[in-house]
Design a protein around this ligand. Structure first.
Ligand code: HEM
Length: 398
């Protein structure tokens, strides 16, 4: 089959993928975990249960089908996924396994509509996409290995300190077990941490933003205790069971939610809840860049707010930190513990005299992210000045 034929068939079948994408990816992951249960060690099975990973994979494959003849449209998406994959040390040998199970899932859902031509075109197209990821990820692995104190794959880390930051957030300080300093990272990046929890059938891997600064020689991850099971299985184990001296396994830092180093505009960092973690290390880089930095911290109240003092110390002017509490305690006083009550609004940003030509970086729970994006769009902030990151698979905010 020629390249032209592949492109024609893949583009023609894009609407089918849009309609059946999630059914296909649900069957795909079911098959994948049945055939390779060991992969549960690296996938976040909570995302599987919620369907968010199935949704993001379906959407990515659909976007690929639509843009197969202009792949430059997908550069950003491919970079974000490759960063996530590299944090998890996905090996190139896993791609054919994913490809085989994906094609079987397509055949399963489309039935007779999956003609031999369609199957052949998609097999070739998948191989091309896989080659793009493999190339990108191999480059990242190579760069990691040759960086100072860098490594390929994972290393053991020891918990050297555990600090309660608020009623719901606890920080864990991690040092390498082999005694070497931790590799540098860029503010905003995360690591994948794997732990074993007794009486569960597989290991558990989670991505956590690094909340300290890049030259510390250790990593700090700050974890919110999530409610319920399975949502909270890993965070609760961290909070309640893991202690100083325990060992976890972690990979190299990754992620592309980082400061735009070429920028010269003022910087506005907006955090919702535990979304503060990547913004803490971005804030450090922002201060070092000598640009004007404002930090807007949204939290429920003084019981859950974390790191405010640390931010005030970082900023040259502590009043550049503004706190918004959505549910202040009776004892929380406006002007003392917090500056605004309610949810972030455009009026609050205007009240601070912020410049809409600034660069805006935000992270937090999905409804907070959707609200923040809506506010920035309403204000007329240019898309290229808006940066945000999801904890977990990317979702649609509009
Ligand atoms: C061309 C093939 C592939 C595509 C299009 C793809 C796509 C994606 C996407 C869109 C995400 C979500 C990124 C985000 O967090 O927003 C993701 C995450 C992930 N991918 Fe892939 N992927 C591919 C191959 C693979 C392979 C071969 C493996 C290894 C078994 C793999 C393992 C993972 C894991 C473990 C995650 C994180 C899942 C989670 O957080 O629950 N992927 N991938």
């Amino acid at each position: 089959m020629t390249k032209k034929e592949v492109i024609e068939i893949v583009k023609a079948t894009a609407p089918v993928l849009q309609n059946h994408g999630e059914s296909i990816t649900k069957v795909f992951y079911k098959r994948l975990f049945e055939n390779h249960p060991d992969l549960k060690d690296i996938f976040n099975m909570v995302h599987q249960k919620k369907g968010s990973q199935q949704k993001v994979l379906a959407n990515t494959i659909f976007q690929y089908a639509v843009h197969i003849d202009k792949l430059e449209m997908l550069t950003r998406t491919v970079e974000t996924i490759a960063q996530k994959h590299s944090s998890l040390s996905i090996p190139k040998e896993a791609y054919p396994i994913v490809g085989e199970n994906l094609m079987e899932a397509i055949k399963d859902i489309l039935g007779e509509a999956a003609t031999p031509d369609i199957v052949e075109a998609w097999t070739i197209a998948y191989g091309d996409l896989a080659a793009i990821f493999i190339h990108k990820e191999e480059k990242i692995y190579g760069d990691n290995e040759s960086s100072s104190n860098g490594f390929r794959g994972t290393k053991e880390f020891v918990i050297t300190k555990k600090v309660n930051e608020s009623d719901v957030i606890t920080s864990f300080y991690l040092k390498r077990k082999d005694g070497k300093p931790t590799p540098h990272f860029i503010g905003g990046q995360y690591i994948a941490v794997t732990i074993e929890i007794p009486n569960t059938s597989h290991k558990h891997t989670r991505n956590y933003s690094l909340s300290n600064s890049k030259n510390d020689g250790f990593y700090r991850i700050s974890i919110k205790k999530e409610a319920g099971n399975p949502d909270g299985i890993v965070s609760n184990y961290f909070h309640s069971n893991l202690k100083v001296g325990d060992t976890v396994v972690a990979g190299m830092p990754a992620g592309d939610f980082t400061l735009n180093r070429k920028g010269e505009k003022p910087i506005v960092l907006i955090s919702g809840g535990v979304g503060i973690t990547p913004l803490l290390s971005i804030c450090k880089d922002a201060i070092n860049s000598k640009r004007d930095v404002t930090f807007i911290q949204c939290a429920l109240n003084s019981n859950t707010v974390a790191f405010s003092e640390e931010i005030e110390e970082m900023l040259d002017n502590p009043s550049k930190l503004k706190k918004i509490f959505s549910l202040p305690l009776d004892t929380d006083k406006i002007g003392d513990e917090y500056d605004y009550k309610g949810f972030l609004s455009l009026d609050m940003l205007l009240d601070q005299g912020l410049d809409k030509e600034s660069e805006f970086y935000f992270c937090g729970p999905t409804p907070f992210m959707a609200n923040t994006l809506r506010i920035l769009n309403t204000w007329g902030v240019k898309n290229q000045n808006i940066y945000y990151e999801f904890f977990g698979p990317k979702e649609n905010l509009v």
